[in-house]
Design a protein. Structure first.
Length: 375
């Protein structure tokens, strides 16, 4: 049987690979190997997601850990070359835009192994973002470009990539969200935190450009403190952000800010329970912009740009930048009842994993089912 090898490395990868892995396993026409690079390694940044998403433990764990971009990417490459040599995959499937994604694509390309990039074509057009470099380069060397939305197709075509390699399969991360939503809503997350549905805001911040720059980070925290004076703001803190808070000596002040609730990173289900019942969200994450659009929750993206413009064009997202005054004013407008009402983009319907499995069968010349993507 032909073999697909999946790469996961960091937190946002797990909810994208789970539905693809499940669809391939249900169809039974391909074998698959799941490789975790170990880019993220804390239990709360990794292990809990496998349990929450019902994904099997990785077949191979590389234990790479943290480091500079060059160190982390290079270490993943060195170890993956050995894995690809012994596993001999027919297709390497990578998702998203983290360092592990690009590292895997580079190794596969040099070894002549076909590559599929899931979430291809997203562009922030901001090359100061490490993720943008990872996206552009991974797409350039991938054989199958599986996109979440039509704007991504247009970006790839503009860059001169062959239309024959591009397939609009929809947003696979939304498969995970729709599959888990009911279970998440049964969790006691809100009552444990003393929150009422729609009575609080949720915040995530971890982008280097926001948390590693003291001036930007302090401005964001002051805007959050303002919002926290109107309703509780729950802020699950990413390890990078936690480190910056402590380096800047801000922990005591933040702990004392009324309404601001700093908590540890949450598992997938717990966080979904929190976001799906929030009044609004503040984030610099990519995934949360999309999740809030599907959940119908107003989202303020505290960045100067987004690689996911569809969440702004038809969803609930507003790219608000990092100016504290503008963030406060926009949040106030939403809290005063003027939040955006969005709709859900095409093919964000819970069936993307199935479409991807069918694309892989067709690419590898196995199976004989009509493609959902063409319907
Ligand atoms: C990475 C991705 C980013 C993604 C984010 C989601 C890249 C370039 N960045 O950023 O696109 O949005 O994951 O979380 O790949 N750390 C821990 N425990 C962990 C993981 C990280 O303590 O399990 C700390 C370490 O101090 C590490 C820092 O967080 O140095 C940053 O981790 P890293 O993987 O380099 O990047 P992220 O900021 O997590």
């Amino acid at each position: 049987m032909k073999k697909v090898l999946h790469i996961v490395g960091a937190r946002p990868n797990f909810m994208k690979v789970a539905p693809i892995h499940r669809a391939i396993s249900e169809r039974g026409s391909l074998t698959q190997t799941l490789v975790h690079t170990g880019q993220h390694y804390d239990v709360k940044m990794s292990d809990v997601f496998f349990t929450d998403l019902g994904m099997p433990a990785p077949d191979i764990h590389l234990g790479i850990g943290s480091g500079s971009h060059a160190e982390q990417t290079a270490k993943v490459m060195i170890e993956l070359e050995k894995v690809f040599t012994s596993e001999k995959p027919d297709l390497v499937s990578v998702v998203g835009d983290v360092n592990s994604t690009l590292a895997a694509a580079l190794v596969a390309a040099k070894m002549g192994i076909p590559i599929s990039h899931v979430e291809a074509g997203l562009r922030s057009f901001d090359r100061t973002m490490p993720e943008e470099i990872n996206r552009v380069l991974t797409d350039r060397i991938s054989d199958l470009l599986l996109t979440p939305s039509a704007d991504a197709d247009a970006n790839l075509i503009r860059e001169g990539l062959e239309p024959a390699r591009i397939r609009l399969v929809g947003n696979v991360m939304i498969d995970s969200l729709l599959a888990a939503r009911e279970k998440a809503l049964r969790l006691p997350t809100l009552s444990e935190l003393g929150l009422e549905p729609r009575g609080y805001a949720v915040c995530t911040l971890h982008r280097a450009s926001n948390v590693d720059d003291a001036k930007v980070f302090s401005g964001l925290l002051s805007a959050l403190s303002h919002v926290a004076s109107r309703l509780p703001v729950v802020f699950p803190v990413h390890p990078r952000t936690r480190k910056r808070i402590s380096e800047l000596g801000l922990a005591a002040t933040l702990e004392r800010t009324p309404g601001l609730r700093l908590v540890d990173p949450m598992g997938y289900l717990e966080f979904l329970a929190l976001t799906s019942q929030a009044r609004l969200a503040f984030t610099d994450s990519g995934g949360l912009q999309e999740e809030t659009t599907v959940l119908g929750i107003p989202c303020l993206t505290v960045r100067e740009n987004t690689e996911r413009p569809i969440t702004v064009d038809i969803g609930t997202n507003v790219v608000v930048g990092t100016d504290p005054v503008r963030i406060q004013q926009t949040a106030d407008r939403i809290l005063d009842g003027h939040g955006k009402k969005g709709r859900i983009p095409d093919r964000w319907d819970g069936r993307s994993g199935e479409r991807i499995a069918q694309e892989y069968e067709q690419f590898l010349g196995v199976g004989n089912t009509p493609r959902l993507a063409a319907v």
